[in-house]
Design a protein around this ligand. Structure first.
Ligand code: 0A1
Ligand code: ZN
Length: 849
């Protein structure tokens, strides 16, 4: 597995492939240990490319035979591919190879999950299936024949014929190899259909293992809603006769947008009220939309090379966020996305793994499916839309689809479309793609003679390989409120382009209160000295619901920081201000639930670090606990009232309205459990008829140290359900107290159901450990050791999932000497492991740099 000297690949070195692949014919003769793959490809010289040797990627393939124009040839085969002498003009390449899907635990290429064959080819998995120019700019029309006894045999495109033991598929749309897919197994389907805007009937199928049929209805509806939304909002119609989705249990990521044959981690598609939570339903709806939207942003227009990954991912995340906003409410979606961005992308951007939205070099592309490429990539598109306006955005997108349909495009192409559609020069804006790091925007203000002046200063701290940063274009949405709470200046977008710039507002009768960065108009850290009173004022009066929430978050953060660093008591003035909001039954329960959330412990660690204070995980945990207890006691009368308001009397629906109520109810129950030792939670656990209520009650019981019998009951009830059992594993680690987290996690790894080769199960325990801040950072290093030992073990089977989980150590440098030393030692231990994969080698090298 070890690559002796992993190679670094650079964006600047891009050269096109010397041939085009005119058409591709593949035949699979399936067998678990000896699948035969025959390929027949017509290659033609590519006049746009420099002269080069004919090289095809190929890894872990057993060659059987090769021929060119029907005559056998003997290429030179290495660990990474082959070279071969080829004729001058057009020629037909044929190869036969053998692979062993049942031995493939990396879950890349063709592998088996519960006896079913499936593939994962993004980013570079196709080279584990056959020899091929496995790069996204080589697009071809694929015809696929599958031979095997499995009842269901699927590939991309439209079915072309089938008979006893075989099936053929033809995909008329040229595509890169990373979008190839094959599935074969004894699956059952949940059917549906969709009529497109132009009246074409599309057959829809959701394929699952027998027994999972009852978990399909929601996913199917989500698919139909996505298809309709993309027609209505982006004018994009589906382009094949059939759309298949398959659920598999063993999958490294959430899902994959293979043309006409999306493959999903079963956790990202299967749901029923009894087995999935509201959050699961919402995630499923978003992922189904995301994969479907890729059909245009990713498949019809793909990426020239993997450096352009954000071209498809940033845009598709942006589109799926728009979809969720439309389905479930804009304000709640925006707040949730910002919480997620700060929780995952900010730490990445502020540590050793920081990289630009469009990286310029990599060793293993799988390591760049990151929050920066995805979520910051989506933020960049949001800023572009804010800067040019909605109409111009729509015009630019139309032009993008018109100009680049069928292309493997670049970020330059994308920005050019906006320049051409709007006449705007985006040279400076492009820095968002090339400069890593989170910009900080400092605010100062002045008021005289009715003129209010806001001065904004931007500064981006250095990141690996980028010591100096140039100013970026930052859209700062600002509104002004008068001291009595009226809005005296509605939201305007200030364009900060210089290192320092002032903006004035005239004709004001009194010094206003500014509401800055409304809707989180840019992914930056806002630095502003403002009084508690002013924040409390915004919490009570801001007309921008995001900033109203943000004011509360700021107050919560300041309160906790004061408790941690000065031993201060909780800020009761803030708690009273918050109480007024929580009591306001005119406000959406989901919004009120978000208001009840507090900054996570890792977010607090980040804030302290930014202020030059070494975070102490135990002190952070204690302060968070004290605050929760204080709130519970202070609001003891209010809680039953809120619980009543949060009750849902209608039959379960995972819609925004009911989910919002249950979210509020869950937050209230968590506080109530601090007072009653878990009595209310036990009642809810016993009577729950849906997973949202059952699981939130169980979490409260475990958290209160009273969950053992409930855990046993839960296990007995759900033993046969893999997805629910993942929750059972995850919750115990996530909800345990800091002193016992690592021991819990260790004990769970000894459980007979800890199937560590299954990424969902591995993540349930090890991800739970890494996310339990104080538990992971236990001062004796037990958390670090346990995780590192398991990462070393998993790497032998599944480098991709291992490498992703190494990011648990990405903040190691911010802690005290003892913890820092222990984390460094664990990272060095991983790095020293003989035979370490290229994926993990790159991650630990970057982490240690
Ligand atoms: N393109 C998919 C995610 C994905 C990426 C890589 C994978 O394997 C390395 C698998 C899936 C998406 O954005 O949904
Ligand atoms: Zn995607």
């Amino acid at each position: 597995m070890k690559d002796a000297s992993p190679q670094t690949i650079y964006l600047k070195d891009y050269t096109p492939f010397g041939w085009t692949a005119e058409e591709v014919h593949l035949t699979f003769v399936l067998a678990p240990t000896a699948t035969r793959v025959r390929s027949r490809i017509r290659f033609a010289p590519n006049s746009d490319a420099p002269k080069q040797d004919f090289f095809l990627h190929g890894e872990q393939l057993t060659p059987i035979s090769f021929a060119i124009d029907g005559a056998p040839v003997t290429p030179e085969v290495t660990d990474t591919g082959l070279t071969c002498a080829v004729p001058e003009g057009v020629f037909t390449w044929e190869a036969e190879v053998e692979i062993a899907p049942v031995e493939n635990f990396a879950l890349e290429g063709l592998y088996m999950s519960n006896g079913m064959y499936c593939t994962q080819c993004e980013a570079e998995g196709f080279r584990k299936i056959t020899f091929y120019p496995d790069r996204p700019d080589v697009m071809s029309v694929f015809t696929v024949r599958i031979e095997g006894d499995e009842r269901v045999k699927l590939s991309n495109g439209n079915p072309q014929g089938s008979g006893e033991g075989w099936a053929e598929w033809h995909d008329p749309w040229p595509k890169p190899a990373y979008l190839f897919a094959l599935v074969a197994g004894d699956l059952v389907n949940h059917p549906g259909s969709f009529t497109t805007l132009s009246g074409r009937e599309v057959e829809l199928n959701l394929w699952v293992r027998p027994g999972d049929e009852c978990k399909c209805a929601f996913g199917m509806e989500a698919l139909k809603k996505s298809m309709k939304w993309d027609e209505e909002v982006y004018g994009r119609e589906y382009d094949l006769d059939i759309f298949n989705i398959v659920a598999v249990d063993d999958f490294n990521m959430g899902a994959m947008e293979n043309k006409g044959l999306n493959i999903f981690n079963s956790s990202a598609v299967l749901a029923s009220p009894e087995t999935a939570t509201d959050a699961n339903f919402e995630r499923i709806e978003a992922i189904i939309a995301h994969e479907y939207f890729h059909n245009w942003t990713g498949n019809r227009i793909t990426c020239r090379d993997w450096f352009q990954l954000c071209l498809k991912e940033g845009l598709t995340v942006f589109r799926d966020a728009q979809f969720t906003s439309d389905m479930r409410g804009e304000e709640v979606k925006r707040i949730s996305d910002v919480i997620d961005l700060r929780g995952r992308q900010f730490p990445e951007d502020q540590g050793p793994l920081s990289h630009p939205v469009r990286p310029e070099s990599f060793q293993e592309i799988n390591n760049f499916y990151t929050a920066t490429v995805y979520e910051k990539g989506a933020e960049v598109i949001g800023m572009l839309k804010t800067l040019v306006g909605d109409e111009a955005y729509a015009k630019a997108l139309d032009l993008y689809f018109e100009r680049h349909d069928g292309d493997a495009a670049t970020i330059e192409d994308w920005l050019k479309v906006f320049e051409d559609a709007t006449g705007r020069d985006l040279t400076q804006f492009k820095r968002w793609y090339s400069q890593a790091g989170t910009p900080h925007v400092a605010v100062s203000e002045a008021f005289s003679d009715g003129t209010y002046t806001l001065t904004l200063r931007q500064h981006t701290p250095p990141t690996p390989g980028q010591p100096e940063k140039a100013p970026q274009v930052i859209p700062v949405a600002v509104g002004l409120l008068s001291p009595n709470g009226d809005e005296v200046a509605p939201t305007t977008v200030l364009e900060l382009t210089e290192a320092e710039q002032s903006f004035t507002f005239d004709g004001l009768s009194a010094k206003p209160v500014p509401s800055i960065l409304r809707g989180f108009s840019a992914p930056v850290v806002l630095e502003r000295e403002s009084s508690k009173e002013e924040r409390a004022f915004l919490l009570a009066h801001d007309t921008d619901s995001f900033n109203r929430w943000e004011a509360n978050r700021d107050l919560a953060r300041e309160c906790l920081v004061a408790m941690i660093t000065e031993g201060a008591a909780p800020d009761t003035a803030w708690l009273d201000g918050l109480e007024a909001v929580i009591r306001d039954s005119a406000l959406d329960p989901a919004y009120r639930a978000l208001m009840l959330g507090t900054p996570t412990q890792s977010e607090l660690a980040q804030v302290l670090h930014q202020r030059g204070v070494t975070p102490d995980p135990d002190a952070i945990w204690t302060a968070t606990e004290v605050l929760k207890k204080t709130r519970a006691e202070r609001w003891s009368k209010l809680l039953p009232q809120l619980a009543e308001e949060a009750k849902v009397t209608e039959p379960y629906q995972p819609d925004a309205e009911q989910s919002g109520k249950r979210a509020l109810g869950g937050a209230v129950l968590a506080l109530t459990s601090r007072l009653d030792g878990g009595d209310a939670a036990r009642t809810q656990f016993e009577s729950a008829d849906n997973m949202t209520l059952q699981l939130s009650a169980l979490a409260c019981l475990v958290q209160a140290g009273a969950g053992e019998d409930a855990l046993a009951k839960f296990r007995a009830q759900w033993n046969g359900d893999r997805l629910v059992m993942d929750k059972w594993f995850a919750l115990q680690v996530a909800a345990s107290g800091p002193s016992e987290t690592a021991d819990r996690a260790k004990a769970l790894t000894e459980d007979p159901d800890f199937d560590w080769k299954n990424p969902n199960r591995f993540r349930a325990v090890m991800g739970g450990l890494a996310m339990n801040h104080a538990g992971f950072h236990r001062i004796d290093g037990a958390g670090y050791r346990l995780l590192a030992d398991w990462l070393i073990r998993l790497d032998e089977k599944n480098p991709q999932t291992t490498a992703r989980m190494c990011s648990a150590f990405q903040t190691w440098k911010r802690y005290d000497e003892t913890r820092r030393g222990m984390m460094q030692a664990e990272l060095e231990k991983i790095a020293a492991k003989p035979g370490l994969s290229r994926d993990v080698t790159e991650m630990v090298t970057r982490l240690l740099s």
